[in-house]
Ligand binder design. Structure first.
Ligand code: NAD
Length: 460
């Protein structure tokens, strides 16, 4: 497989964030601290993970960031929109994810990032009262204002390229309808200010219209409709969503595939969370919770392949709760009680108690998505980026394909995509090629093996 032509990562990459609250401020603070060697970018594959290339005995495992041409942390410039005027310093202090003493070394950088007025409508996020928002005759006028903002940001920041990652609130649940079916219908709807077009979709539209990569960190419909996919394909915009997969759902997509792999039955899975940040306040509204609930519920059936195994997984009880509990702030606590069944139907239980920090888990995902989407754009990729499913609770996929939820399969999908794009052999992990010459690929280990050579060198 030949390597794809991939444009170089030259100049600055602008990261535009609709929604500049806990996740966005933690992301920007973490990047600024990491640039100065004051914090480690834990949780980020683009910064820390290696990727195995070739045969196991070749011992070739470069860092992903050395293998694929990604923008560096020092190349990033930040901007975005919010309904509150707080700079990223004030937003970070209010969110209380990192302490003031941790943030202090990058105060100047955080003070300098101030959100632009948002496209917002309280009908879609009922628990927030805006302080700054755009006014326009129609939703199309609002989209045009966003496009202008992007141009102004590019000039003022000196960014050569931009990506957009939605880190805004979860909107009320909306179903796909006729207005979302095509670009033509969506543009007509924007001009008529259709109520079926939420603010997050206006951002996605502005991004796709300009060929800008777009990722959606919330479960909002946003870019996950045929019209935006069509526009993104037409204009060369890679898109991915929905809803960052961080805490409880990440664990679900590890444990559920393990149960299925071992053919253990499932009788029930009860998940509850307490959360006290602004996201928790937004999710306290039943409209926004419904959107989140749909996203969190979908993963189990998919991981367990319930349709194929009705006797094991056709009738389990699944409940997901999120309770707004202010004292905890961003320090979310998730509990899972899993009732499983084994040999002779004997019941067993698994308990998971995840004391996590919501934005600490989400921030590295924002970084990876920004860097990978920029890379995808330079590699000529457009439309749905299924290889980025790894980062999402409700991965976007072609409508006739069921999305992949199993975390380890998603990881393999992502790393194999990188190998393919860079002209390296795809790794299937069967291992048979090491033992059965008939399978074609090299069987004989090269002599001397690299580690033997190294030992000899060390002895010499
Ligand atoms: N932290 C996680 O682990 C995690 C995981 C999955 C999804 N998410 C989602 O990520 C999003 C951000 O989470 P957060 O903890 O930073 O929430 P947050 O409430 O701290 O920040 C969201 C920000 O979006 C702003 N906003 C709302 N509507 C907007 C609009 N139309 N335009 C611009 N700004 C708008 C709000 O004013 C707020 O400042 C939420 O939707 C959340 O559900 C977070």
């Amino acid at each position: 497989m030949a390597k794809r032509p991939i444009g170089p990562s030259k100049g600055k990459l602008g990261v535009l964030l609709p929604g500049m609250g806990a996740v966005s401020s933690t992301f920007i603070a973490g990047v600024e601290l990491a640039k100065r060697g004051l914090a480690r970018p834990l949780g980020s594959l683009t910064q820390l993970q290696t990727i195995r290339l070739g045969k196991r005995y070749e011992d070739r495992s470069p860092l992903i960031k050395d293998f694929v041409p990604l923008a560096g942390l020092s190349d990033l410039a930040f901007g975005g929109w919010d309904i509150f005027e707080d700079s990223m310093w004030d937003a970070a202090l209010k969110a209380g994810v990192l302490g003031e003493h941790q943030l202090a070394p990058v105060k100047k950088e955080l003070d300098a990032v101030v959100p632009m007025p948002a496209v917002f409508d309280q009908a879609y996020v009922r628990n927030l009262t805006p302080r700054q928002w755009k006014k326009g005759a129609t939703k199309m006028h609002l989209a045009d204002q966003l496009s202008k903002d992007i141009e102004v940001f590019k000039k003022s920041s000196g960014a050569d390229r931009v990506v957009m990652v939605w880190c805004g609130s979860t909107e009320v649940s909306l179903e796909q309808s006729a207005v979302h079916e095509s670009v033509e219908a969506l543009e007509k709807g924007l001009k008529a200010s259709s109520s079926e077009i939420p603010p997050s979709m206006i951002y996605a539209y502005a991004a796709a219209r300009a060929g800008i990569p777009y990722a959606n960190g919330a479960p909002n419909l946003s870019g996950d409709v045929p019209a935006i996919v069509e526009l993104a394909e037409k204009n060369g915009s890679p898109i991915a969503g929905k809803d960052f997969k961080t805490g409880q759902t990440m664990m679900k997509t590890v444990v559920a595939p393990a149960l299925k792999a071992r053919m253990l039955g499932l009788n029930g899975w009860y998940s509850t969370n307490i959360l006290g940040n602004r996201d928790g306040e937004v999710l306290d509204d039943p409209g926004s919770f419904k959107t989140k609930e749909k996203s969190k519920m979908s993963v189990l059936d998919a991981c367990l392949d319930a349709k194929r195994y009705p006797e094991l997984y056709g009738d389990y009880f699944h409940k997901v709760r999120i309770d707004y509990y202010p004292p905890r702030g961003d320090a979310k606590e998730g509990w899972d009680n899993i009732d499983i069944a084994g040999w002779c139907d004997m019941p067993m239980q698994i308990k998971i108690n995840f004391l996590c920090r919501d934005s600490i888990l989400a921030a590295p995902l924002v970084l990876d998505l920004a860097l990978f989407l920029d890379f995808a754009k330079r590699a000529g990729m457009k439309g749905i980026q299924e290889w980025l499913s790894f980062y999402f609770k409700s991965p976007q996929a072609r409508p006739d394909l069921s999305p992949e939820h199993d975390l380890s399969v998603q990881h393999l999908k992502m790393t194999n995509t990188l190998r393919l794009l860079m002209g390296e052999e795809v790794i299937d992990h069967s291992g048979l090629d090491y033992y059965e010459p008939a399978l074609g690929t090299p069987v004989a280990a090269p002599a001397p093996r690299p580690y033997v050579k190294e030992r000899r060198k060390a002895r010499a």
